[in-house]
Design a protein around this ligand. Structure first.
Ligand code: CA
Length: 719
C-alpha cells in the first residue's frame, strides 16, 4: 500500500516535471535571448533534481541542501581526482562565492562584486563584468570586499554590489540590462550576499549591522528591476506609519530612539524557499550596537534581531518568526544558511528548517509554523546552558550578560561563531548535516566612554578589557583553544556523528553528493574529499591558498566536475590578527579550481615573495601615549588591520609600514592619501595628536616583534 502511494506520487511528480520542461523550452523560444544562456525558470529550479548536471542556484536547490545527486566521482574512485582546469582571478581579496553552472557555462562572482562567465569544460573566459565599486567602500565593510554569488533567471545573471546596486546582466554577453540602487548610499550599508531568483523576483538583503543601518529584505522584478516588496526587520520611528502591521508589535520590544542608528538586523546571508508553502526564510544580524544599553536602553527582546523569519514569497507579508537570541549582546547574527528537509522525528513526519547558529546551538524548527522542535549545542557554549523547548528561549548564563554584571567575561562562541556564513550541507542519504564548525572565544566588556562614530565599527565594546595573555603558558592555552573542524551532525538525534579536524578556524563551506562524498577546503590551503558516512579522508590536494568558499559540482558532456573558489579572506582574515596564523595559509591566490577524475592540469609554481623586513624607527613616545594609541587602534583600526596590529594576510601589516617614520603616515591617516586603495581619511574622528599616538603604538608593536625574534607577537610558531 505504501509502495503504491509512492509510485502514484512519483507519477504525479513526473508529469509535473514533464509539463515544466515543456514550459521551459516554450519560454526559451519567446524570451529572445541567445539559446542556452542561463534560461532558468521556476519549473527548472523546482525540478532541479531532474538535471543534476546543472547547479542553478546558490545552494543548487531552493531547500539549500547543497546535496548533488551526481555520483560519477564517488567514495570508490575519489583518489583519482585531479585538477581539470583553473582560472586566475583579477583580485586578491577573499573569495566567498559558490559558482553556478547552467548548460555548460559557469557564472561566478568574485571579490569587489565582479562577475565572470567561463566555459565550464575548460575554464575559458566567455565574458567578464566589473561594476567598478569605489575602493573607499572598505570603510563600511566589516568583513572584507567579498561577494558570495550570483543568481540566474530567464537569461539574466544578478549580482549585488558592495555599494548596494542590484545589477541584471545579460547572461549571453555580460552586458548590464538594468541596475537599481537598493539602499540610501549615505548610510553604511553594503551587499555581500548572493541573491536568489524566485518566480520572476530577485531577493536580496544587505549588510551593515556593525555600523548603523536598518535591516530589510527586498524583492525586485527580475525583468525591470522595479521594487516589488520590502520587509523591514527592525521597526522604524513609531511616530511615523509602520511599513507592516507586525512592526507595531515589534516596536514594543524596543526602547529609546533605536531608529536613529537603524537598529541593525541586516539580512546578509541565508535565504531559503519552500515552493509548496510559498515561504521565503531568512535570518537577521545582531543589533546596532552590540551593547544593548546603547541601542535600546532598558533592554527588551528587540524584534527581529538575531531571528529566523518566514515571509510570503509573493507579497513579503510576515508569516512567523523565531528569535534565536532575544536581546542579543554577543554579535550572534542568525544569518548562517538555513537548510530545509523532510525528516521523521519521534515518529512524526516533519517539514523542518535546520540552522547551525553562530551562537553554537543547532536548531530544528517546524518550517510551517516556526515551532522549535529541538536545539542542542554543536560546539562548546558558555553563554547559555541550553534552549527551553517550552518557551523556545535560551537558558542564559547570568554572568554572560556583561552589561548587567558590569564585569568583562570571556564567552564561547566568539562573534566569529560556532558556524559562520560558510555554507553547511545536508545529505538525504546519510541524513547527516555537514557543518564547517569552529571554536573561538571572545572577551566582552562595555566601552563606557563609547560614542557613535561616522567611520568604523559602532559596537560599544571595549576591546581592551581583557587584553591578550602575555605569560607563555597562557599564550599557548589561548592558541590551543582555537579549533576548526568539519562536523557531521545527526539532526534527528542532535548529536555528532564524526569530525575531521583542521589546523585552525575559518575553513571552507561544504558540499555533499550521492557519491558518499563531502567536499571542503580549509584555511591551510587544502581541498579535500571525505566519506559522507564516516568522515574518512579520501583525497586531498594543496592548492597554494586558503579556501573559505563553498564547493559545488556539475556535469558537462558526461563528465562530472567539482569546483571551488580558492582565495583566503573574509572577516576572520581581516580582524583576527595573530590568532589567524594558526589556521594556516594567509597567502591569497584567487582562482577558480575545477577537478575531475584523471584531470591533467597543474598549478603554476608559487610566486617568489620578498622577505618582509621589520625596520621600525626609534620610539619617542612615552608609555601613556603608546597605551592611548593602543586604545585608539582598537576603536578605529582593528576591524581591517587586525588585533594587536597583526595582519591576517590581506591588508598591509602596519608593523612593516615604511610610513611609520615619515609625514606620509599623516597624509594617509588624516588626509586620505590612499583613499583609492580603500584607506579613507579618519580626519573626522582623529586629530594629528591621536594619529601620532596610534603611530607610536604600531612602532612599539614592531619593536617588540623584532626583539622577541618571533614572526608574530605572542604565539608560538604555527605547526
Ligand atoms: Ca555581526
Amino acid at each position: 500500500m505504501i509502495k503504491k502511494t509512492i509510485l502514484l506520487a512519483s507519477a504525479v511528480t513526473l508529469s509535473i516535471v514533464a509539463a515544466a520542461f515543456w514550459l521551459h523550452y516554450a519560454d526559451a523560444q519567446t524570451t529572445g535571448t541567445k539559446a542556452g544562456a542561463a534560461l532558468v525558470d521556476a519549473a527548472r529550479l523546482i525540478a532541479a533534481d531532474r538535471e543534476p548536471g546543472n547547479w542553478m542556484s546558490y545552494s543548487r536547490t531552493y531547500n539549500e541542501q547543497r546535496f548533488s545527486p551526481l555520483d560519477q566521482i564517488n567514495a570508490a574512485n575519489a583518489g583519482n581526482l585531479k585538477l581539470a582546469w583553473y582560472y586566475d582571478l583579477d583580485t586578491s581579496r577573499g573569495q566567498e562565492a559558490t559558482p553556478l553552472v547552467v548548460d555548460g557555462v559557469m557564472y561566478v562572482s568574485t571579490a569587489w562584486s565582479m562577475v565572470k562567465a567561463l566555459d565550464a569544460r575548460t575554464g575559458r573566459l566567455l565574458w567578464s563584468y566589473d561594476p567598478q565599486v569605489p575602493r573607499e567602500i572598505l570603510i563600511k565593510i566589516c568583513c572584507d570586499a567579498v561577494n558570495r554569488g550570483v543568481a540566474v533567471w530567464k537569461g539574466k545573471v544578478f549580482v549585488g554590489t558592495l555599494d548596494g546596486r542590484l545589477i541584471a546582466l545579460d547572461a549571453a554577453s555580460g552586458k548590464p540590462v538594468w541596475s537599481v540602487q537598493t539602499f540610501d548610499k549615505s548610510k553604511p550599508y553594503t551587499i555581500t550576499s548572493a541573491p536568489r531568483a524566485i518566480n520572476d523576483r530577485v531577493i536580496i538583503g544587505s549588510s551593515g549591522s556593525e555600523y548603523g543601518v536598518r535591516g530589510f529584505i527586498s524583492a525586485y522584478d527580475s525583468n525591470t528591476g522595479r521594487l516589488d516588496w520590502r520587509f523591514y526587520t527592525v521597526p522604524g520611528d513609531p511616530s511615523k506609519a509602520f511599513e507592516a502591521p507586525i512592526l507595531r508589535k515589534a516596536a514594543k520590544t524596543w526602547h529609546g530612539q533605536w531608529w536613529k542608528a537603524g537598529g541593525g538586523g541586516t539580512v546578509w546571508g541565508a535565504i531559503a524557499y519552500d515552493p509548496q508553502l510559498d515561504f521565503i526564510y531568512f535570518g537577521t544580524a545582531n543589533g546596532v550596537e552590540w551593547v544593548q544599553k546603547y541601542r535600546s536602553p532598558g533592554g527588551g527582546d528587540n524584534w527581529f534581531l538575531a531571528s529566523i523569519l518566514a515571509v510570503k514569497a509573493s507579497t513579503g507579508e510576515y508569516a512567523w518568526h523565531y528569535q534565536v537570541v532575544p536581546g542579543d549582546v554577543w554579535d550572534y547574527d542568525t544569518t548562517q544558511d538555513m537548510v530545509l528537509a523532510d525528516l521523521t522525528i519521534n515518529g512524526r513526519a516533519r517539514k523542518v528548517l535546520m540552522h547551525a547558529a553562530k551562537d553554537g546551538f543547532f536548531y530544528v524548527l517546524d518550517r510551517r509554523t516556526g515551532e522549535l522542535i529541538s536545539a542542542k549545542p554543536f560546539v562548546p557554549v558558555t553563554w547559555a546552558k541550553g534552549i527551553d523547548l517550552k518557551t523556545g528561549r535560551p537558558i542564559e548564563n547570568p554572568k554572560a550578560r556583561y552589561e548587567k554584571t558590569g564585569k568583562p567575561i570571556d564567552i564561547k562562541p566568539a562573534p566569529f561563531g560556532g558556524h559562520n556564513w560558510q555554507p553547511m550541507a545536508f545529505n538525504p542519504q546519510t541524513r547527516l548535516v555537514y557543518i564547517p564548525a569552529q571554536e573561538l572565544d571572545f572577551a566582552f566588556a562595555v566601552d563606557t566612554s563609547y560614542k557613535r562614530s561616522p567611520v568604523s565599527f559602532n559596537i560599544g565594546i571595549n576591546l581592551d578589557a581583557l587584553p591578550p595573555p602575555t605569560e607563555p603558558a597562557a599564550k599557548k592555552a589561548a592558541w590551543d583553544r582555537l579549533k576548526g573542524y568539519l562536523l557531521a551532525w545527526d539532526p534527528i538525534q542532535q548529536r555528532a556523528a564524526w569530525r575531521a579536524p583542521h589546523p585552525g578556524p575559518w575553513n571552507g563551506g561544504v558540499m555533499t553528493t550521492a557519491g558518499n562524498l563531502v567536499a571542503e577546503g580549509d584555511a591551510a590551503g587544502n581541498f579535500a574529499l571525505y566519506r559522507a558516512d564516516n568522515g574518512q579522508e579520501l583525497w586531498s590536494m594543496p592548492v597554494q591558498t586558503g579556501i573559505v568558499a563553498g564547493p559545488m559540482t556539475y556535469e558537462v558532456d558526461g563528465q562530472q566536475y567539482i569546483a571551488v573558489l580558492a582565495g583566503w579572506g573574509g572577516g576572520y582574515a581581516v580582524t583576527g590578527g595573530e590568532l589567524v596564523k594558526k589556521s594556516g595559509n594567509e597567502r591569497n591566490i584567487s582562482r577558480v579550481l575545477a577537478f575531475k577524475l584523471g584531470g591533467s592540469a597543474k598549478l603554476p609554481p608559487l610566486p617568489v615573495e620578498q622577505a618582509k623586513v621589520l625596520n621600525p624607527p626609534a620610539q619617542t613616545a612615552n608609555a601613556a601615549t603608546i597605551d592611548r594609541g593602543r586604545r585608539l587602534y582598537g576603536r578605529y583600526c582593528v576591524g581591517c588591520h587586525g588585533f594587536d596590529a597583526v595582519s591576517g594576510g590581506l591588508v598591509p601589516d602596519l608593523r612593516y609600514s615604511g610610513f611609520l617614520a615619515s609625514k606620509g603616515w599623516f597624509d594617509i591617516v588624516l588626509a586620505g592619501a590612499l583613499k583609492k586603495e580603500g584607506m579613507v581619511s579618519f580626519g573626522q574622528v582623529l586629530n594629528r595628536q591621536k594619529a601620532d599616538a596610534i603611530r607610536s603604538y604600531i612602532i612599539q608593536r614592531a619593536i617588540d616583534t623584532k626583539a622577541t625574534g618571533e614572526s608574530y607577537a605572542g604565539f608560538p610558531a604555527a605547526p
